[in-house]
Design a protein around this ligand. Structure first.
Ligand SMILES: Cc1cc2nc3c(=O)[nH]c(=O)nc-3n(C[C@H](O)[C@H](O)[C@H](O)COP(=O)(O)OP(=O)(O)OC[C@H]3O[C@@H](n4cnc5c(N)ncnc54)[C@H](O)[C@@H]3O)c2cc1C
Length: 335
């Protein structure tokens, strides 16, 4: 088996995040000699965290310049680690940081990169990558002759490594401080409670355009819809998805569901998240939407229409009911 380099950057607490531990598990399962390459302000806590993984070497590029995500410094660090390790296969988690920096690194090394891999495993004696094409409609298995072969593994595809911590020896790798015009002045992010997209949530809650339509009394109940949905998300810690019709409405500045953006859109032209369970509400369940549910294991839907798309084999359970009534009662039980 060819040698493998696992590239990982530290998170704000100095440790490795779940996507990095998932990529570590995938690298170990591959079976070749494993080198870990760490990037961050200080790599020792991360190295100690994975001391029990049995990596042959742990290399690190550290220092103030490598604390923050930034293309020039991340690419320089990754390139130096790849050259120091000399590995044929370079595996990294598909974090926004690596997704931005590693394609350029593969080019500098004269190698190749594949992104959005869902697995990297031995097949017929050679490493092979699995990934989806055409908005998750076709799954392909790829091998490549070129080396180094850089592979970005999507989060949520492999159980995270969870071995013992310990104390690990780290070999520093020097990088010339690359001139950069980008200065990181801080991070602006919504408070954790306001964040509605939660990739690690057990449940995906999808809101469709029905929440904004006239109801049985002939009126629109946007304010109550907002209260019911946000109330449920807070107590259930679910992730929020939307249909295209609904997110387009919000984009037009309609006074409904102000927390919904195009980032929430699930489907053919939206995202394809991985959650164990999904609950669709006031959404018709048309094919371009449901294709985004491909990796949701257990699907339920609430719709007034017994003939909606979900009824045609797309949901495990369809509740033919008024979502306002159902969610009012669910929130009462949860509260
Ligand atoms: C090229 C292309 C790409 C597309 N990509 C996407 C995509 O990525 N994602 C996506 O979502 N769509 C996509 N679409 C659009 C998709 O085909 C549908 O138009 C869209 O998903 C419909 O959204 P909806 O179900 O929320 O709204 P509607 O079709 O308006 O359905 C609203 C539903 O709410 C129900 N309802 C109303 N009130 C209640 C209530 N009180 N209780 C319960 N149910 C109620 C109604 O019965 C109805 O079924 C795409 C279309 C095309 C052509």
């Amino acid at each position: 088996m060819e040698s493998i380099l696992l590239l990982a950057h530290t998170e704000s607490d100095g440790r490795l995040g779940k996507p990095a531990l998932e990529a570590l598990a995938a690298a170990l399962a591959l079976g070749g000699e494993l080198t870990v390459g760490l990037v961050g302000g200080d790599a020792q806590p991360a190295a100690d965290q994975i001391a029990g993984a049995g990596a042959a070497r742990i290399l690190a590029v550290t220092g103030e310049a490598f604390t923050h995500p930034r293309y020039s410094t991340d690419a320089a660090a990754a390139e130096a680690l790849c050259r120091a390790a000399g590995a044929k296969i370079v595996l990294a988690p598909s974090t926004s940081r690596w997704s931005r920096a590693l394609p350029g690194v593969a080019y500098r090394l004269g190698g190749r990169i594949d992104t959005h891999a869902t697995s990297l495993a031995q097949q017929n004696g050679a490493p092979a990558v699995t990934r989806w094409f055409y908005r998750q409609r076709m799954e392909a298995v790829l091998t490549r002759q070129q080396r180094p072969w850089v592979v970005l593994l999507d989060p949520g595809c492999v159980p995270a490594w969870s071995g013992a911590a310990g104390s690990a020896a780290v070999e520093p790798v020097a990088v010339d401080a690359h001139p950069t015009r980008t200065t990181v002045t801080g991070v602006q992010a919504p408070k954790a409670d306001e964040q509605t997209i939660r990739p690690d949530a057990k449940l995906l809650f999808v809101a469709g355009a029905g929440w904004t339509k006239k109801q049985a009394d002939g009126a629109v109940h946007g304010a109550e819809a907002e209260k019911l949905i946000l109330g449920f998300l807070r107590t259930a810690k679910a992730s929020l998805g939307g249909s295209k019709s609904l997110v387009d409405l919000s984009g037009e500045g309609e006074a409904v569901l102000r927390f919904m953006t195009h980032m929430n859109q699930i489907g053919q032209t939206g995202s394809t998240p991985r959650h164990p369970k999904g609950l669709s509400t006031c959404c018709h369940g048309e094919e371009p939407h449901v294709v985004g549910w491909r990796f949701v294991t257990e699907r339920r839907a609430i719709n007034l229409d017994p003939n909606c798309g979900w009824a045609r084999g797309k949901a495990d359970v369809l509740y033919v009911a008024d979502a306002f009534e159902v969610m009012r009662e669910v929130n009462r039980l949860l509260g």
